[in-house]
Design a protein around this ligand. Sequence first.
Ligand SMILES: Nc1ncnc2c1ncn2[C@@H]1O[C@H](COP(=O)(O)OP(=O)(O)OP(=O)(O)O)[C@@H](O)[C@H]1O
Ligand SMILES: [Mg+2]
Length: 498
Amino acid sequence: MTDNVVELRKATKLYAGVPAIKDVDLQLRRGEIHALVGENGAGKSTLTKALSGVVSLTSGQLFINGVEVSPRTPLEARQLGVAMVFQENSLVPTMTVAQNLFLGQEKFYNRLRGIYIAAQQFLQSLNFDVPPTATVGLLGAAKKQMVEIARAVLHQAKVIVFDEPTATLTPEEKAYFFDLVRDLKKRGVSIIFISHALEEALLLADRITVLRDGKHVVTDDAANFDRARIVQTMVGRDLSNTLYGKRKTTVRPSGERILSVQNLKMAPMVKNNSLSIFAGQITGVFGLVGAGRTETFKIVAGVLKRDFFYGGEVLLKGKPVRYRVPAPAVADGVAYITEDRKVEGFFETMSIARNVYLGLLSKFPRGRFLLSRREADQTGDDWISRLKVRAISPKAKVVELSGGNQQKVVIAKSLVQEPDLIIFDEPTRGVDVGAIVEIHDLINKLADDGKAVVVVSSYLPEILALSDRILVSRQGKVVEEFSALDATEEKIMYAAIH
Ligand SMILES: Nc1ncnc2c1ncn2[C@@H]1O[C@H](COP(=O)(O)OP(=O)(O)OP(=O)(O)O)[C@@H](O)[C@H]1O
Ligand SMILES: [Mg+2]
């Protein structure tokens, strides 16, 4: 009857009476790669969750291969041939790769060994280099994703939805992932691909659909789009000049030396690392994944939970410190704003205001700063409007927010503590173009207010747009320093690789 594997007609999902998506029509063709783009909260995840049985539509119709269906669970959707690889992945971290792959099918294998052998053969057939006996929680982001993809292929999915699959991948892993998606396409699988990296959508997709405020704006061949047209349709206004590409003509001078790291060592990631961070400016820290940047700053902020061996010194305003947990670091004015919001970010079943308030409380561990419920809500609301957190209701629980808006809550929760040294680790990952502008404005304002700001980022345009000075990290230590005035992408990349 139709070449459309999936078709949505007038799809609507209400939360507490408010639409997350409204009257959306979408067709997914057989064997196409279809990118879904839109601002944080535009409804991308909701739409694809409706396809994959995670949520049910309030009204509207879903057709798979021309037949109207209404999957009520991810399992039902999988039986209809639709699999979803989630924004925050859905594997069981304490189980092995093989157990995750065959979850629910163990009864077909009389011994655990049978599962491992089957998994081994299957992973090899996909050319995936993942050990079937490895515990999933210990795998890196790319490998976890391979396991999710393998599981979808194993279940003979005809449609695979990827919700921000590349956000946590290194450039090499991304290239590999793109090959994989193209390979799935060759096998006749239809792909929906959600990403805030618009270049990726342009590069990978056959067609692109833009959502805005829960509504369908346009669907067209990728060849008919460029970055400017996507952004324009996403936000309904032209943002192109406010984004990256502008070069700094002045840099902020160094203020007081707030942090000094000397010969820091932590096997195997940090090797004799030394660096200084100054008040009143933004220091960008660039490096490829595995360059030891995150680990260095986690040691500084007391965030690394395990007691790895480490040597060397950390001086905060000239005073030696060695935090083993975050609380005393927070009390001394050090904030580490994490890249991994799911694991370390917040209490997701509490409201936004509560989360912000807990951030405030954790600075005063002995309850010296108890606010009334009303004051706490007020503080939360202030931050929600400052960071333009978009939620259906101000009482929304964090788990109900879209991914990018959750990231803003993580930031609010730390800034409410009024720290002097603020370390941002990949601050705009998963954040839409409009919100990136907002977060960058905020980071600039912190430096203007005299704070010492560190931005760890793997995204060079972000480093260049924000930094006054740039440290390049390679194999566990800082190897070069540039003033923003004479840094170029080429110079920084060269230092990061050679
Ligand atoms: N369980 C829920 N309860 C209430 N509101 C929700 C729930 N899930 C999503 N929403 C709201 O629906 C809207 C759409 O959210 P959705 O997660 O689909 O956005 P998104 O386009 O995926 O955004 P992002 O790019 O930030 O991931 C948002 O306003 C969000 O707050
Ligand atoms: Mg989303």
